[in-house]
Design a protein around this ligand. Structure first.
Ligand code: GUN
Ligand code: FE
Length: 469
């Protein structure tokens, strides 16, 4: 099951997917007459692989492969604060909760402990690629890149730049030091993954208010020269927008602050974009810049409702972001659900055309995220030549022959809730089952993560059945 376009939730039954040793999809064959189950095959280790997978995909189970989810905006360093935001809004939230926590990542022990938890947790929710903000600390940022690589999560890793409106003890000293430390993190990423196929650096001015014009310009020049990705925040909250007007009196608007510095391109990720004007939407669209929609964060710290339909209609690539810890959840499935809910809130004022549907929300979670992170054609859907970047989703299937041993009383039947939070009775269409997953699922439904398949593909080559005919 995948969403190759926003309006298509494609369900393929009885399909064989051939995956080569380099994790690329080699063939997709429909086997309409197969009485057996769908197979995923390493062409070189078919027999070993199929016995492991076949049990999971046996007939009568509501299990399916789905592309890995993509988190286009999150703060790895803020994970310990997930759920802790009280009644704050952006600017006081930053000062009260966020800067003190991020400042503590001068401790590498802390960074190691937290970053291992974050990446593990993100993967367990089926997220195979993420755009991370770390902190200003070079060593801790480099450690995050190491952890992503060791755990096999594709990542953009950003060292945060902030040289004003930040605590004395947690900031860049100057434009020169911000640039030097950014370069050190870029060099580290290049040293651990020269091809950049898994780990890439991302130039990360925190947001306009915490950067001087000189620093924004220097980072913009670096972006134009090196083509490394950029990530930052934009137009999240009204007080922030007012502050940008005060701090950048010469700029036409918030988006122009970044554009004037050379920071807007098709390799830039803008988080939030809740309150952009028509002119700003046009500019962002013209630059081909992507937006990370963070519905949970925007609700938790009461920033507003991002006009996703409007952004999409302007041709802007949109992905989903957890924005931990403005948002409390590291799950992109939660973000798909919350994007659906936020669009319904807007619909209550503006009419039903702005509502997202399930295929659109899942498209944002996969293909949209891939576009925003420069991974188009690499991951996000199942197609020949693309990576088999997937998870196995399982929904608890309620069959009437569930062992009755726990039952007590005439109308009491055994119920096993350990299988996951979603009950499928068997009569639902596959579209209905996916809807149940989107609205009711969680990490318990992720039966196998991508790392499992990568491990399988690394097995010793044996004689392939395909090659034998
Ligand atoms: N704007 C500047 N910094 C941040 C941050 O850490 N989180 C969010 N949500 N917005 C920001
Ligand atoms: Fe953020």
């Amino acid at each position: 099951i995948h969403t190759p376009s926003p309006t298509l939730l494609e369900v393929k039954h009885n399909c064989a997917v051939g995956v080569d040793v380099d994790s690329r999809i080699a063939f997709i064959e429909e086997c309409p007459n197969a009485t057996a189950i769908p197979l995923v095959a390493n062409l070189h280790a078919w027999d070993a692989f199929d016995t492991v997978i076949s049990d999971e995909l046996s007939p009568g189970r509501s299990n399916f492969f789905f592309p890995g989810l993509i988190d286009t905006h999150t703060h790895a360093s803020q994970y310990p604060n997930a759920g802790i935001f009280g009644n704050s809004t952006l600017l006081d939230w930053l000062n009260t909760y966020t800067f003190p926590l991020e400042g503590s990542f001068s401790s590498l022990d802390r960074a190691k402990h937290v970053y291992n938890r974050v990446v593990h947790r993100s993967l367990s929710h089926g997220t195979t690629a993420a755009a991370y903000y770390a902190t200003v600390h070079v060593s801790a940022t480099n450690l995050l890149a190491d952890v992503c690589q060791a755990r096999g999560q594709r990542a953009l890793v950003g060292r945060v730049c902030m040289d004003r409106m930040s605590p004395e003890t947690y900031r860049d000293e100057s434009t020169e030091s911000a640039l030097r430390d950014t370069q050190a993190c870029i060099d580290h990423c290049a040293s651990i993954d020269p091809s950049g196929s898994l780990i890439r650096p991302v130039i990360t001015p925190r947001f306009a208010p915490s950067c001087t014009v000189a620093t924004l310009n220097a980072l913009g020049e670096l972006h134009q020269r090196t083509k490394h990705f950029v990530q930052t925040h934009i137009s999240e909250n009204h007080s922030e927008i007012e502050l940008v007007k005060e701090l950048f009196p010469k700029a036409k608007d918030y988006a122009s602050v970044y554009d004037d510095a050379g920071l807007l391109s098709e390799r830039t990720i803008l988080a939030h974009a809740v309150h952009l004007t028509k002119d700003e939407i046009d500019l962002v669209g013209k630059r081909g810049t992507g937006v990370s929609h963070c519905p949970t964060s925007n609700t938790c710290i009461t920033s507003g409702e991002a006009p996703v339909r409007k952004l999409l209609e302007a041709g802007i690539p949109v992905g989903l972001g957890t924005d931990v810890s403005g948002g409390y959840s590291p799950s992109i499935l939660d973000m798909a659900r919350h994007a659906l809910l936020v669009s319904r809130h807007i619909a209550m004022r503006e009419g039903p055309a702005v509502k997202l549907d399930i295929s659109e929300a899942l498209y944002l979670a996969t293909m949209g995220g891939a576009k925003v992170m420069g991974l188009e054609g690499v991951v996000g859907k199942f197609e020949i030549g693309m990576e088999f970047d997937a998870m196995l989703v399982g929904l608890a299937h309620c069959q009437s022959d569930n062992g009755p041993e726990e039952a007590s009383g005439e109308n009491s039947e055994a119920v096993d809730v350990n299988d996951g939070p979603v009950d499928v009775f068997g009569w639902e269409s596959w579209e209905d089952r996916v809807a149940k997953w989107v609205y009711g699922g969680d990490d318990r439904n992720v039966k196998r993560e991508r790392s499992y398949f990568v491990l399988q593909l690394a097995w010793e080559p044996t004689i392939g059945r395909k090659a034998d005919g």
